[in-house]
Design a protein around this ligand. Structure first.
Ligand code: FAD
Length: 309
């Protein structure tokens, strides 16, 4: 039976066995999932059948019917899909792009994707000091409900940003901390707004963020189908401080990528980048459907547990 909704939203890139298994399990655990697949739906049906007795496709259909999974076809990471933006707009990202990983993830550089991208003016920032390394925008949006998000919004105001909006997928927490802090520092709060995409101008600069409005129905956070855009020159998300072992793993990722290998993950399929997970052929040396399915499920369980903690 499907668990009640958590209000968390996860992006899955790749609709192969690993991605579909991950999406189905995440949805079963109560999360909303958006699957981005490069191929058309017709081409996806051409893929080899899953092993006899496997429940993934049946589960997937149930979860799609419940509205917990949506699949967008023709969305290709590296072409019309950007990892840093996925990371900003979702609580977690699972990469199941198969053998294309090395080509599309861009993990080969020294700088991990999605964490600090001053050039594109979207950044998921480990610690507030990182903000000092970025140009101060005139108008900024900070995504996220945690205290680190309001702290980041205040820091941006102090650094000289004129107009800072803190966008929350939920309502404002009852303890009043966020509201009081925002009022004291002239930070605007926009509750009930779930980020969908970063809109850019013709030169690729950040222009606005598109949100879907949310509300609580029967105690569950639901998307209303109403959309709104908030203008901004930059978008930020707080992702927490990197642990010391994280830095070590970042180096490992860089080293592995330089050798042209696949994405390095820990036992729970977490990459070195907080909030980004990977599984299937893009992490496993052998090519095996059953293993890809297991990876999808294992990653979903890890993502769900990490988002609940
Ligand atoms: C010809 C062939 C025969 C095989 N036979 C067997 C077999 O008999 N038994 C067995 O166990 N295994 C077999 N395998 C291996 C098995 O197919 C893979 O191990 C398994 O499909 C891996 O699943 P995955 O989800 O990790 O990756 P994939 O199945 O490769 O799925 C990756 C998905 O990501 C999508 N994608 C790729 N790049 C992007 C991007 N940039 N943005 C968005 N989406 C993207 C792809 O379109 C694809 O849908 C075979 C493989 C091949 C090629």
């Amino acid at each position: 039976m499907a668990a009640s909704l958590t209000g968390k939203q996860v992006a899955v890139v790749g609709g192969g066995p690993a991605g579909l298994a991950c999406a189905a399990r995440l949805a079963l655990l109560g999360n909303s999932v958006l699957v981005f697949e490069a191929r058309s739906s017709q081409r996806m049906q051409e893929q080899p059948p899953l092993p006899d007795g496997d429940e993934t496709l049946a589960q997937l259909e149930r979860m799609i019917a419940l509205g917990r999974i949506r699949i967008e076809h023709g969305r290709k990471l590296g072409q019309n899909l950007d990892l840093s933006e996925l990371h900003l707009c979702h609580d977690a990202v699972f990469l199941g792009v198969g053998l294309a990983a090395g080509r599309v993830l861009g993990v080969s550089g020294a700088e991990p994707p999605g964490l600090l991208d001053a050039g594109k003016r979207v950044a998921a920032v480990h610690c507030l000091e990182d903000l000092l390394a970025l140009p101060v925008p005139h108008r900024a949006i900070v995504l996220g409900a945690a205290r680190s998000a309001i702290d980041m919004a205040v820091r941006l105001k102090r650094l000289g940003a004129q107009d800072v909006t803190l966008a929350l997928r939920h309502g404002v927490e009852a303890d009043g901390y966020v509201e009081q802090t925002a009022r004291a520092h002239f930070v605007r709060i926009r509750p009930w707004a779930s980020p969908l995409e970063v809109l850019r101008d013709e030169r690729g600069g950040v222009q606005a963020v598109r949100f879907e409005q949310t509300r609580v129905v029967d105690g569950r956070l639901t998307h209303t189908g109403g959309f709104t855009e908030i203008a901004a020159h930059a978008v930020f998300k707080a992702v927490g401080r990197a642990a010391p072992e994280q830095c070590e793993r970042d180096e490992q990722v860089a080293r592995i990528s330089r050798e042209g290998e696949r994405v390095r993950v820990d036992d729970c399929l977490r990459t070195a980048l907080p909030g980004i997970y990977a599984g299937g052929d893009c992490v496993a040396p052998g090519q095996d459907t059953a293993l890809a399915l297991r990876h999808g499920v294992l990653a979903a369980q890890a993502i769900h547990a990490d988002l609940q903690s």
